[in-house]
Write a protein that binds this ligand. Structure first.
Ligand code: GTP
Ligand code: MG
Length: 256
């Protein structure tokens, strides 16, 4: 049976640029001579900046769920997220039919609906492929404060626990940060610089808690190798794809 070689799941906080990165990666891989497809797993997406080759909205209609179960938008989103797993076989068949080299998978806006309910981890672990990786987007607008960087890193660690799949940390929207991305990178590689920034930003109680969380995270080596990327200028995409290649192929470069 034809199965995609590599599955790349794009996760991150709401609005962090998941969809924009999916839209940017597909033509990038194709320019390199690979066949990449986009998979939209967000039943709540209204418009997409890419043509979804496989689209969960073919199988799950949010408005129908709202009407049928008399749910509001949030209740319907929760139910829709839960229904994604039940559609795995159809998604798999759709994906397989393309015989692609890469399946670039855009996940729902609300990360908690994807990662903390049963469906997301089920799909990530059970979609058949030769290699899988999860990108986690750190929104550069969000993590330009040291406190937010620590709390978003904690979220990324938690998502990795839930999805149980190698994670590539990415700093998104690099083009919007000016030179701030350099500061963020320094924080992620130098715990003393980050601790210093925290002490200037936070009150005593918050500082203590954040510091303890940071110390625990530091032991996991989290976000050490965060890759700054812009889906608009494509800056950083080469570095991202090289890291993905290493993970997806288990250490060996993927032939394009
Ligand atoms: N300048 C710039 N804007 C970006 C970049 N990535 C995303 N954006 C913008 O940020 C906004 C949110 O991007 P999306 O790709 O929709 O983010 P998302 O994570 O898919 O959002 P949800 O699915 O709603 O959670 C949009 O206006 C994008 O155009 C980037 O690299 N550079
Ligand atoms: Mg999106």
């Amino acid at each position: 049976m034809n199965i995609p070689v590599y599955a790349i799941f794009i996760t991150g906080t709401a609005g962090s640029g998941k969809t924009a990165l999916a839209a940017a990666l597909k033509p990038w891989y194709e320019n390199k001579g690979s066949y990449a497809i986009t998979v939209n797993l967000d039943p709540g997406a209204i418009t997409l900046p890419y043509v979804a080759d496989v689209d969960i909205r073919t199988y799950i209609n949010l408005e129908e769920i709202m009407e049928k179960y008399e749910l509001g938008p949030n209740g319907a989103l929760i139910m829709a997220a839960d229904l994604i797993a039940a559609r795995l076989q159809e998604i798999q068949d759709d994906v397989d039919s393309y015989n692609a080299d890469y399946a670039i998978i855009d996940t729902p806006g609300q990360i908690e609906l994807f990662a903390y309910r049963a469906s997301g981890p089920y799909i990530v672990k059970n979609l058949r492929c030769d290699g899988r990786a999860v990108i986690f987007l750190f929104d550069s607008a969000l993590v330009s404060s040291a406190t937010n960087l620590v709390s978003t890193t904690l979220l990324a660690a938690s998502i990795q626990l839930r999805l149980g799949t190698p994670q590539v940390p990415v700093l998104s929207k690099k083009d919007l940060t000016g030179n701030q991305w350099k500061q963020i990178l320094q924080w992620t590689s130098d715990i003393n610089a980050l601790t210093d920034a925290l002490s200037k930003e936070t009150s005593d109680t918050t500082y203590l808690l954040t510091r303890r969380i940071l110390n625990a995270l530091a032991k996991t080596g989290f976000s050490n190798a965060i890759i700054p990327v812009s889906s608009v200028t494509m800056d950083g995409i080469v570095e991202l794809s090289a890291t993905l290649s290493r993970i997806l192929s288990g250490g060996e470069e993927v032939e394009d």
